[in-house]
Design a protein around this ligand. Sequence first.
Ligand code: GAL
Length: 433
Amino acid sequence: MNAISRLATVISLASLLPVAAFPVTTLAAESKGSVEVVHWWTSGGEKAAVDVLKAQVEKDGFTWKDGAVAGGGGSTAMTVLKSRAVAGNPPGVAQIKGPDIQEWASTGLLDTDILKDVAKAEKWDSLLDKKVSDTVKYEGDYVAVPVNIHRVNWLWINPEVFKKAGITKNPTTLEEFYAAGDKLKAAGFIALAHGGQPWQDSTVFEAVVLSVMGADGYKKALVDLDDKALTGPDMVKALTELKKVATYMDADGKGQDWNLEAAKVINGKAGMQIMGDWAKSEWTAAKKVAGKDYECVAFPGTDKAFTYNIDSLAVFKQKDKGTAAGQQDIAKVVLGENFQKVFSINKGSIPVRNDMLGDMAKYGFDSCAQTAAKDFLTDAKSGGLQPSMAHNMATTLAVQGAFFDVVTNYINDPKADPADAAKKLGAAVQSAK
Ligand code: GAL
């Protein structure tokens, strides 16, 4: 059974359950309507960003019901969302990304009408890159509003720690990365801050695949799911390098949250972290300045490529008129110029609006965000712009789960063989498709 019909089967069972069994929330007299938003923005920096949205929606007269579900990368939030849908009680709005949006829309639970007027009035079709708008549309209708764009293939560096370890240059190749890692270890630092959760392991895996196989090879293997690319010699090489990268990972990082690992780089205990630019939200929350207190460089060997991750808020069909008005308000706020600026500055991302991406300095974005926007626009023309597998942009969650299992087992198995792992990857992905 393919992933879409799997989700559809689960959800259709929901119709057998009595909706009336669920409590109806009572609204404060002055509220125009209440809207619950399920998301996984719970680290200090992420919370600062989502609070910008909450404050505006409340200012507009709506009640914001916070549906935060902790857990980086969102797998726990997605599990909660599925059980809410099965119980016939989905929230008004939920953070859903990539092909998963189409999957949810095909169950009939997302609202294909509610965003029509806002999208037309605010000219979303001309504001957004087609790659972005296609991601949030189902059969031509918007079913989600895109919030921001994250770049995933970043390496975060504490320059003070580098200096103490005698490293004079930021690594641009895997060899230089290993050399820096050796010096950091020798000087008593954690070389690579890393939390050993499956989504974090796969964030590193996809960066290494991009470095070794290039954007074309990345696309064949992780987007097109081509069996030859998944099991061939280049993938074996990528897995060999991954095992080497793993030797620099924090020994205390098993099961650790990404933001706690980011804190180790911020506090000078570790030298580097491979993470998407939501990591910048933690540096920003700690009042650190890009280019001075920390450096963001493309993961070695990937400076001509950009793995993208678009956060989006999908709208679920709701009977209550106030909730529907709240959904429209959120959609309008999110694509507004001021929100796009303030949210992304807090979140570490870049705006989704084309007009803003071309003029980042004007909006006060720092050097990391300016580089990201420039690379996004350049790499879109060269084929270097690729959807992130680890962040739900390239495949369904079922296929992503197959990658996560094989990659995490491979990293943790001391006897693992790269050629054997590549075979396993091919087989697991084929059966999850
Ligand atoms: C990503 C998400 C980001 C950030 C990160 C850590 O998948 O797109 O917004 O929340 O996970 O949880």
